[in-house]
Design a protein around this ligand. Structure first.
Ligand code: OSB
Ligand code: MG
Length: 379
Protein backbone atom coordinates (compact mmCIF):
# COMPACT_ATOMS: atom_id res chain seq x y z
CA UNK A 1 0.00 0.00 0.00
CA UNK A 2 1.26 3.51 -0.76
CA UNK A 3 2.61 5.56 2.15
CA UNK A 4 0.38 8.50 3.09
CA UNK A 5 1.11 11.76 4.80
CA UNK A 6 -1.76 12.45 7.18
CA UNK A 7 -2.55 16.15 7.51
CA UNK A 8 -5.35 15.82 10.02
CA UNK A 9 -8.02 13.75 11.68
CA UNK A 10 -11.65 14.67 12.23
CA UNK A 11 -13.24 12.95 15.21
CA UNK A 12 -16.99 12.85 15.79
CA UNK A 13 -19.17 11.32 18.46
CA UNK A 14 -22.44 10.19 16.87
CA UNK A 15 -25.67 9.21 18.56
CA UNK A 16 -28.04 7.26 16.35
CA UNK A 17 -31.40 6.01 17.69
CA UNK A 18 -31.99 2.23 17.56
CA UNK A 19 -35.21 0.96 15.96
CA UNK A 20 -35.81 -1.16 19.10
CA UNK A 21 -33.94 -1.32 22.41
CA UNK A 22 -31.08 -3.87 22.44
CA UNK A 23 -30.62 -5.70 25.76
CA UNK A 24 -27.66 -7.88 26.70
CA UNK A 25 -26.58 -9.43 29.99
CA UNK A 26 -24.63 -6.22 30.70
CA UNK A 27 -26.73 -3.31 29.38
CA UNK A 28 -29.88 -2.09 27.66
CA UNK A 29 -29.22 0.32 24.77
CA UNK A 30 -31.75 2.56 23.05
CA UNK A 31 -29.26 4.47 20.91
CA UNK A 32 -25.82 3.81 19.50
CA UNK A 33 -23.15 6.21 20.65
CA UNK A 34 -20.10 5.67 18.48
CA UNK A 35 -16.97 7.54 17.37
CA UNK A 36 -16.25 8.13 13.68
CA UNK A 37 -12.72 9.02 12.56
CA UNK A 38 -11.95 10.71 9.24
CA UNK A 39 -8.31 10.70 8.16
CA UNK A 40 -7.27 13.45 5.77
CA UNK A 41 -4.08 12.78 3.87
CA UNK A 42 -2.35 14.43 0.92
CA UNK A 43 -3.72 11.73 -1.39
CA UNK A 44 -7.17 10.78 -0.15
CA UNK A 45 -9.53 10.72 2.82
CA UNK A 46 -10.59 7.62 4.71
CA UNK A 47 -13.01 6.58 7.45
CA UNK A 48 -12.74 4.45 10.55
CA UNK A 49 -15.28 3.52 13.22
CA UNK A 50 -14.42 3.23 16.90
CA UNK A 51 -16.91 0.72 18.34
CA UNK A 52 -16.65 1.74 21.99
CA UNK A 53 -19.86 2.22 23.94
CA UNK A 54 -20.54 5.05 26.41
CA UNK A 55 -19.99 2.68 29.35
CA UNK A 56 -17.13 0.19 29.89
CA UNK A 57 -19.36 -2.88 30.37
CA UNK A 58 -18.57 -5.04 27.34
CA UNK A 59 -14.85 -4.27 27.59
CA UNK A 60 -12.67 -1.78 29.46
CA UNK A 61 -12.98 0.84 26.70
CA UNK A 62 -15.64 3.55 26.47
CA UNK A 63 -16.40 6.65 24.41
CA UNK A 64 -14.79 9.30 26.61
CA UNK A 65 -11.69 7.18 27.16
CA UNK A 66 -11.29 6.50 23.44
CA UNK A 67 -11.76 10.22 22.65
CA UNK A 68 -9.00 11.10 25.08
CA UNK A 69 -6.59 8.42 23.85
CA UNK A 70 -7.18 9.32 20.20
CA UNK A 71 -6.42 13.01 20.76
CA UNK A 72 -3.61 12.83 23.31
CA UNK A 73 -1.74 9.71 22.25
CA UNK A 74 -2.71 8.17 18.89
CA UNK A 75 -3.04 11.15 16.52
CA UNK A 76 0.20 12.76 17.79
CA UNK A 77 2.06 9.53 16.96
CA UNK A 78 0.94 9.83 13.33
CA UNK A 79 0.82 13.55 12.59
CA UNK A 80 3.85 15.63 11.62
CA UNK A 81 6.15 12.60 11.39
CA UNK A 82 6.20 12.27 7.62
CA UNK A 83 4.64 9.53 5.50
CA UNK A 84 2.93 6.57 7.15
CA UNK A 85 2.44 3.17 5.58
CA UNK A 86 -1.15 2.27 6.58
CA UNK A 87 -0.02 -1.34 7.11
CA UNK A 88 2.43 -0.17 9.77
CA UNK A 89 0.02 2.02 11.77
CA UNK A 90 -0.40 -0.64 14.46
CA UNK A 91 3.37 -0.67 15.00
CA UNK A 92 3.44 3.11 15.35
CA UNK A 93 0.77 2.88 18.06
CA UNK A 94 2.13 -0.20 19.83
CA UNK A 95 3.73 1.75 22.69
CA UNK A 96 0.22 2.67 23.90
CA UNK A 97 -1.03 -0.26 25.97
CA UNK A 98 -4.54 -1.53 25.21
CA UNK A 99 -7.15 0.86 23.74
CA UNK A 100 -7.61 -1.51 20.85
CA UNK A 101 -10.92 -0.10 19.66
CA UNK A 102 -9.44 3.38 19.35
CA UNK A 103 -6.38 1.99 17.53
CA UNK A 104 -8.58 -0.04 15.17
CA UNK A 105 -10.48 3.10 14.13
CA UNK A 106 -7.30 5.03 13.32
CA UNK A 107 -5.80 2.14 11.38
CA UNK A 108 -8.99 1.63 9.36
CA UNK A 109 -9.22 5.33 8.47
CA UNK A 110 -5.69 5.25 7.00
CA UNK A 111 -6.12 1.87 5.28
CA UNK A 112 -9.35 3.20 3.72
CA UNK A 113 -7.54 6.37 2.59
CA UNK A 114 -4.69 4.32 1.12
CA UNK A 115 -7.05 2.06 -0.80
CA UNK A 116 -9.17 4.97 -2.04
CA UNK A 117 -5.97 6.56 -3.32
CA UNK A 118 -5.25 3.55 -5.54
CA UNK A 119 -8.83 2.45 -6.25
CA UNK A 120 -8.59 -0.99 -4.63
CA UNK A 121 -11.46 -2.34 -2.53
CA UNK A 122 -10.92 -3.32 1.11
CA UNK A 123 -12.31 -6.79 0.32
CA UNK A 124 -9.83 -7.36 -2.48
CA UNK A 125 -6.99 -6.03 -0.31
CA UNK A 126 -7.86 -8.46 2.52
CA UNK A 127 -8.09 -11.41 0.11
CA UNK A 128 -11.86 -11.86 0.11
CA UNK A 129 -13.14 -14.85 -1.81
CA UNK A 130 -16.89 -14.17 -1.72
CA UNK A 131 -19.12 -11.46 -3.12
CA UNK A 132 -21.92 -12.09 -0.59
CA UNK A 133 -21.75 -13.10 3.07
CA UNK A 134 -24.50 -14.93 4.99
CA UNK A 135 -26.27 -12.67 7.43
CA UNK A 136 -26.99 -13.69 11.02
CA UNK A 137 -28.90 -11.58 13.52
CA UNK A 138 -28.23 -10.99 17.22
CA UNK A 139 -31.49 -10.90 19.21
CA UNK A 140 -31.55 -9.09 22.53
CA UNK A 141 -33.08 -10.23 25.82
CA UNK A 142 -36.85 -9.65 25.72
CA UNK A 143 -39.36 -9.06 28.49
CA UNK A 144 -41.55 -12.03 27.47
CA UNK A 145 -41.23 -15.31 25.59
CA UNK A 146 -44.04 -14.20 23.25
CA UNK A 147 -42.09 -11.11 22.30
CA UNK A 148 -39.03 -13.29 21.61
CA UNK A 149 -41.05 -15.64 19.39
CA UNK A 150 -42.60 -12.87 17.30
CA UNK A 151 -39.24 -11.07 16.97
CA UNK A 152 -37.45 -14.21 15.80
CA UNK A 153 -40.35 -15.08 13.45
CA UNK A 154 -40.03 -11.63 11.90
CA UNK A 155 -36.26 -12.01 11.36
CA UNK A 156 -36.76 -15.46 9.81
CA UNK A 157 -39.44 -14.02 7.50
CA UNK A 158 -36.88 -11.43 6.40
CA UNK A 159 -34.54 -14.28 5.49
CA UNK A 160 -31.83 -14.15 8.17
CA UNK A 161 -29.58 -17.19 7.89
CA UNK A 162 -28.89 -17.66 11.60
CA UNK A 163 -30.34 -16.56 14.94
CA UNK A 164 -28.26 -15.72 18.02
CA UNK A 165 -30.03 -14.88 21.25
CA UNK A 166 -28.52 -13.08 24.18
CA UNK A 167 -28.79 -15.04 27.44
CA UNK A 168 -28.24 -14.34 31.14
CA UNK A 169 -29.12 -16.17 34.36
CA UNK A 170 -32.92 -16.38 34.39
CA UNK A 171 -33.16 -16.06 30.59
CA UNK A 172 -31.27 -19.00 29.15
CA UNK A 173 -32.52 -22.61 28.83
CA UNK A 174 -36.23 -21.78 28.58
CA UNK A 175 -36.14 -19.23 25.72
CA UNK A 176 -33.53 -21.29 23.84
CA UNK A 177 -35.59 -24.49 24.14
CA UNK A 178 -38.72 -22.62 23.05
CA UNK A 179 -36.98 -21.44 19.87
CA UNK A 180 -35.73 -24.95 19.07
CA UNK A 181 -39.21 -26.44 19.65
CA UNK A 182 -41.01 -23.73 17.70
CA UNK A 183 -38.73 -23.42 14.68
CA UNK A 184 -37.45 -27.00 14.46
CA UNK A 185 -34.12 -28.72 13.88
CA UNK A 186 -33.30 -26.72 10.75
CA UNK A 187 -32.87 -23.43 12.60
CA UNK A 188 -29.23 -22.32 12.89
CA UNK A 189 -29.25 -21.20 16.52
CA UNK A 190 -26.61 -20.01 18.98
CA UNK A 191 -26.52 -18.14 22.29
CA UNK A 192 -24.33 -15.36 23.70
CA UNK A 193 -23.88 -14.92 27.47
CA UNK A 194 -21.49 -11.95 27.43
CA UNK A 195 -19.60 -13.37 30.41
CA UNK A 196 -22.69 -13.67 32.65
CA UNK A 197 -21.85 -17.09 34.21
CA UNK A 198 -19.19 -18.77 36.29
CA UNK A 199 -17.82 -22.30 36.21
CA UNK A 200 -20.23 -23.10 39.07
CA UNK A 201 -23.03 -22.83 36.46
CA UNK A 202 -21.66 -25.76 34.42
CA UNK A 203 -24.62 -27.97 35.33
CA UNK A 204 -27.12 -25.36 34.18
CA UNK A 205 -25.20 -24.72 30.94
CA UNK A 206 -25.12 -28.47 30.24
CA UNK A 207 -28.90 -28.30 29.86
CA UNK A 208 -28.28 -26.43 26.60
CA UNK A 209 -26.49 -29.50 25.21
CA UNK A 210 -29.58 -31.22 23.82
CA UNK A 211 -30.74 -28.08 21.98
CA UNK A 212 -28.27 -28.61 19.12
CA UNK A 213 -26.74 -25.14 19.25
CA UNK A 214 -24.02 -24.05 16.83
CA UNK A 215 -22.14 -22.68 19.84
CA UNK A 216 -22.32 -20.86 23.15
CA UNK A 217 -20.55 -17.50 23.08
CA UNK A 218 -18.44 -16.22 26.00
CA UNK A 219 -20.15 -17.97 28.94
CA UNK A 220 -17.47 -16.92 31.50
CA UNK A 221 -15.38 -13.84 32.22
CA UNK A 222 -12.92 -12.27 29.80
CA UNK A 223 -9.84 -13.50 31.69
CA UNK A 224 -11.22 -17.00 32.43
CA UNK A 225 -9.28 -18.86 29.70
CA UNK A 226 -8.44 -21.85 31.87
CA UNK A 227 -11.95 -22.03 33.26
CA UNK A 228 -13.41 -21.98 29.74
CA UNK A 229 -11.17 -24.98 29.00
CA UNK A 230 -12.60 -26.72 32.09
CA UNK A 231 -16.14 -25.88 31.03
CA UNK A 232 -15.48 -27.16 27.50
CA UNK A 233 -14.71 -30.59 28.96
CA UNK A 234 -18.15 -30.64 30.53
CA UNK A 235 -20.16 -29.43 27.51
CA UNK A 236 -20.92 -30.91 24.08
CA UNK A 237 -21.92 -27.47 22.77
CA UNK A 238 -18.83 -25.75 21.28
CA UNK A 239 -17.59 -22.75 23.25
CA UNK A 240 -16.90 -19.65 21.16
CA UNK A 241 -14.92 -16.88 22.81
CA UNK A 242 -15.64 -13.23 22.06
CA UNK A 243 -14.49 -10.87 24.87
CA UNK A 244 -11.47 -13.08 25.76
CA UNK A 245 -9.87 -12.98 22.31
CA UNK A 246 -8.02 -9.65 22.26
CA UNK A 247 -5.16 -10.61 19.89
CA UNK A 248 -3.89 -13.33 17.58
CA UNK A 249 -1.60 -14.44 20.41
CA UNK A 250 -4.49 -14.95 22.82
CA UNK A 251 -6.46 -16.67 20.05
CA UNK A 252 -3.67 -19.21 19.58
CA UNK A 253 -3.38 -19.73 23.35
CA UNK A 254 -7.13 -20.21 23.75
CA UNK A 255 -7.27 -22.75 20.94
CA UNK A 256 -4.32 -24.76 22.24
CA UNK A 257 -5.69 -24.66 25.81
CA UNK A 258 -9.03 -26.07 24.59
CA UNK A 259 -10.82 -22.94 25.81
CA UNK A 260 -12.49 -22.16 22.48
CA UNK A 261 -13.85 -24.37 19.71
CA UNK A 262 -14.94 -21.44 17.49
CA UNK A 263 -13.97 -17.77 17.38
CA UNK A 264 -16.00 -14.58 17.11
CA UNK A 265 -13.68 -12.13 15.35
CA UNK A 266 -14.30 -8.41 15.94
CA UNK A 267 -11.76 -5.96 14.57
CA UNK A 268 -12.36 -3.36 17.28
CA UNK A 269 -11.78 -5.81 20.11
CA UNK A 270 -8.43 -6.94 18.66
CA UNK A 271 -6.97 -3.60 17.60
CA UNK A 272 -7.81 -3.56 13.91
CA UNK A 273 -8.81 -5.40 10.75
CA UNK A 274 -5.24 -6.50 10.02
CA UNK A 275 -4.99 -8.28 13.41
CA UNK A 276 -8.52 -9.63 12.81
CA UNK A 277 -7.37 -11.11 9.50
CA UNK A 278 -4.39 -12.70 11.30
CA UNK A 279 -6.72 -14.27 13.88
CA UNK A 280 -8.69 -15.69 11.00
CA UNK A 281 -5.45 -17.27 9.72
CA UNK A 282 -4.78 -18.75 13.16
CA UNK A 283 -8.29 -20.21 13.26
CA UNK A 284 -7.99 -21.58 9.72
CA UNK A 285 -4.64 -23.20 10.52
CA UNK A 286 -6.17 -24.97 13.53
CA UNK A 287 -9.38 -25.97 11.76
CA UNK A 288 -11.39 -23.79 14.13
CA UNK A 289 -14.53 -22.17 12.62
CA UNK A 290 -14.54 -18.37 12.73
CA UNK A 291 -17.24 -15.78 12.15
CA UNK A 292 -17.44 -12.03 12.10
CA UNK A 293 -18.96 -10.44 15.19
CA UNK A 294 -20.65 -7.06 15.32
CA UNK A 295 -20.86 -3.99 17.55
CA UNK A 296 -23.98 -2.34 16.08
CA UNK A 297 -21.79 -0.75 13.42
CA UNK A 298 -22.81 2.14 11.21
CA UNK A 299 -22.44 1.64 7.46
CA UNK A 300 -18.69 2.34 7.79
CA UNK A 301 -17.93 -0.51 10.18
CA UNK A 302 -20.55 -2.73 8.54
CA UNK A 303 -18.83 -2.33 5.15
CA UNK A 304 -15.50 -3.29 6.71
CA UNK A 305 -17.07 -6.28 8.49
CA UNK A 306 -18.65 -7.54 5.26
CA UNK A 307 -15.24 -7.44 3.56
CA UNK A 308 -13.56 -9.27 6.47
CA UNK A 309 -16.32 -11.92 6.59
CA UNK A 310 -15.68 -12.67 2.91
CA UNK A 311 -12.31 -14.28 3.78
CA UNK A 312 -12.24 -18.07 3.36
CA UNK A 313 -11.91 -18.97 7.06
CA UNK A 314 -15.16 -17.26 8.04
CA UNK A 315 -17.12 -20.48 7.86
CA UNK A 316 -20.08 -19.57 10.09
CA UNK A 317 -22.65 -16.79 9.45
CA UNK A 318 -21.64 -13.54 11.15
CA UNK A 319 -23.48 -10.87 13.11
CA UNK A 320 -23.71 -8.79 9.94
CA UNK A 321 -27.36 -7.92 9.72
CA UNK A 322 -29.01 -5.45 7.37
CA UNK A 323 -28.66 -1.83 8.52
CA UNK A 324 -32.39 -1.61 9.32
CA UNK A 325 -32.01 -4.24 12.06
CA UNK A 326 -30.62 -1.36 14.16
CA UNK A 327 -31.14 1.92 12.29
CA UNK A 328 -34.09 3.55 10.53
CA UNK A 329 -31.54 5.85 8.90
CA UNK A 330 -27.83 5.12 8.78
CA UNK A 331 -25.01 7.50 7.81
CA UNK A 332 -24.37 5.57 4.54
CA UNK A 333 -26.71 3.91 2.07
CA UNK A 334 -28.20 0.96 3.96
CA UNK A 335 -26.97 -2.61 3.69
CA UNK A 336 -29.95 -4.76 2.69
CA UNK A 337 -30.68 -8.48 2.85
CA UNK A 338 -30.51 -10.41 -0.41
CA UNK A 339 -31.72 -13.97 0.19
CA UNK A 340 -30.30 -13.93 3.70
CA UNK A 341 -27.00 -12.44 2.57
CA UNK A 342 -25.25 -9.06 2.49
CA UNK A 343 -23.34 -7.92 -0.60
CA UNK A 344 -19.64 -7.21 -0.03
CA UNK A 345 -18.85 -3.67 -1.24
CA UNK A 346 -16.64 -3.55 -4.34
CA UNK A 347 -15.84 0.18 -4.69
CA UNK A 348 -12.51 1.78 -3.72
CA UNK A 349 -11.63 1.46 -0.02
CA UNK A 350 -14.61 0.58 2.14
CA UNK A 351 -16.82 1.17 -0.90
CA UNK A 352 -19.44 3.22 0.92
CA UNK A 353 -19.95 6.99 1.12
CA UNK A 354 -20.96 8.94 4.22
CA UNK A 355 -24.05 11.11 3.76
CA UNK A 356 -22.87 14.53 5.02
CA UNK A 357 -26.39 15.72 5.92
CA UNK A 358 -27.20 12.62 7.97
CA UNK A 359 -23.72 12.72 9.54
CA UNK A 360 -24.31 16.27 10.74
CA UNK A 361 -27.76 15.33 12.13
CA UNK A 362 -26.39 12.57 14.35
CA UNK A 363 -23.15 14.30 15.43
CA UNK A 364 -23.11 15.42 19.07
CA UNK A 365 -19.44 16.41 19.25
CA UNK A 366 -16.72 16.98 16.69
CA UNK A 367 -13.14 18.15 16.59
CA UNK A 368 -10.35 18.62 14.05
CA UNK A 369 -6.76 17.72 14.83
CA UNK A 370 -4.22 19.08 12.37
CA UNK A 371 -0.61 18.20 11.80
CA UNK A 372 1.65 20.65 13.62
CA UNK A 373 3.22 23.19 11.25
CA UNK A 374 6.80 22.21 10.54
CA UNK A 375 9.47 24.08 12.45
CA UNK A 376 11.83 26.14 10.30
CA UNK A 377 9.27 27.05 7.69
CA UNK A 378 8.17 30.63 7.45
CA UNK A 379 5.29 30.37 4.98
O1 OSB B 1 -21.31 -9.77 22.39
O2 OSB B 1 -21.47 -9.91 20.29
C1 OSB B 1 -21.60 -9.27 21.33
C2 OSB B 1 -23.24 -5.93 20.54
C3 OSB B 1 -22.55 -5.09 21.39
C4 OSB B 1 -21.62 -5.62 22.23
C5 OSB B 1 -21.35 -6.99 22.21
C6 OSB B 1 -22.03 -7.83 21.33
C7 OSB B 1 -23.01 -7.30 20.52
C8 OSB B 1 -23.85 -8.09 19.62
C9 OSB B 1 -24.47 -7.37 18.46
O3 OSB B 1 -24.15 -9.23 19.82
C10 OSB B 1 -23.96 -7.82 17.16
C11 OSB B 1 -24.37 -6.93 16.02
O4 OSB B 1 -23.76 -5.87 15.82
O5 OSB B 1 -25.30 -7.30 15.31
MG1 MG C 1 -20.57 -11.69 22.00
Amino acid sequence: MIPLTPTGFETRVLRIPLVTPFETSFARQTEREVILVRAVTQDAEGWGECVTMPVPLYSSEHTEGAWDVLHRFLYPALLGNGPVNPLLVAGRLEHVVGHRMAKAAVELSLVDAGLRATGESFASFLGAERTFVPSGVSVGIMSTLDELLSTVQDYLDQGYARIKIKIKPGWDVEPTRLLRETFGDGLLLQVDANAAYTLADARLLRRLDDLDLLLIEQPLAEDDLRQHAELAKQLRTPICLDESIVSAKVAADAIVLGATQAINIKAGRVGGYLEAARIHQVALAHGIPAWCGGMLETGIGRAANAALAALPGFTLPGDISASDRFYAQDITAPFVLDEGRIAVPTGPGLGVEVDPVRLEEVTVRSEWTRAPSRPGRTS
